[in-house]
Design a protein around this ligand. Sequence first.
Ligand code: ATP
Ligand code: MG
Length: 433
Amino acid sequence: MKLLPSFFKKKQIVIVPQNKHAMSRNLIERSVLDIMGRLRRSGFQAYLVGGCVRDILLGKKPKDFDIVTNARPQQIKRLFRRCFLIGRRFRLAHVYISHDRFVEVATFRAAVDPEQAAGEERFAAYNVYGTIEEDALRRDFTVNGLYYNSADGSIHEYSGGLEDLKKKVLRSIGDPAQRFKEDPVRIIRAARFCAQLGFNPSKADFKAAVACAPLIAQANAHRMLEELYKILRCGASAGTIENLQKFQILPHWLREIDPNNHPGLLPRLVAMDRRRAGGEEVPIAVLLTTLLYDLLEEAMGSLHRFQDAFNAIHQHFNELVTRLCIPRREWDAMCNLVARQSSLARIPDPMKGKGFEKRFIRNAHFPNALMFFEIYVEATGRYGEELKYWKERAAAVPRQPDWQQHDRPGGRDGRHRRRSRHPHQEVKSETNN
Ligand code: ATP
Ligand code: MG
């Protein structure tokens, strides 16, 4: 196999010393520096790469730290006590730094000539280990291909990432059309990074993204769902959807979504982005509902009774749910929260008694329903009074332990409660992400 495609060969490495850039050791977690130190003391190379270097150089807080090394997965495993290798084809090491946090340590991968690697073979080919130069050239965008060496504080660039970072340009490494053909998911990533970082795509990237947009239909649906979650969580989902519209991707991926026909969509996403930017957890069911609400609302029509609304939505979107690979559990949660919106949009008749209200508030789906309702109210400016009412009532009604909250999906509020076989056992919250 030819390992270095011709367009990769021209670039030269540039090493920028510590005093010539804004990245410093103080901005990196101690435990991450420790892992890199141990790798180096054992005779291996170790660099930070990807989003963490990019984000620190842009003055942002990185989401996580990714380390790359020339140590092979088994060698990494031998060095760290709490280390697990994941992936069947791509062996990656997860080195745990606390009981629930790990740092990803990957071995340099070789660049692959996309002409020679197609389909399954392409993924197998990715697993060929390589040098740092090869690793740098198989990455997606120049700003994601910067390596930080914690030993001397230098940054190694192989494709002009620092200049692009300054100019706020997102540029593929190599020929964008070829890179997008090789992996069309990169177009979606380009749309997200541009929105998240406030960048523009290079002219060539923009042209290639539009030209390659139809290829997205062939991408793996599970991977695309992961990308969709990333978009909805990134704090810039409204901008990303606008970019996807500019790239003409939506008809090939989320053909039901059209911001021009659904004027409520972008304001809802902006309201959700505000929460995410403030670090608030938003459950998957709420993220997806925020994106798809116009369709769900249309299917619900003027049905007000919970069960009717639930059934109408549940039966209507089988094809969409299957195509996007939305897990059934999330889909049930979405139908449940959407079917509760019409109850939230009115203040209950005091004659109806407080029993309904208490059951409604104590239902396991209420928190999701209220969170989405709040997003809706923020986006539309409607139902402010009703939101205030429900928030006050929710604060006044104590939550029951989780084991008492489970409802049959679609069952009537507060009725048909499934009895837990172990009523005193803690159950993980349903709304956890
Ligand atoms: P984020 O802040 O979203 O985590 P990131 O740049 O760290 O941004 P990841 O998805 O975590 O993105 O990937 C880490 C790195 O792996 C990227 O910076 C990039 O160098 C490389 N990478 C990820 N996906 C691809 C891809 N599809 N093609 C080429 N390189 C990729
Ligand atoms: Mg990352």
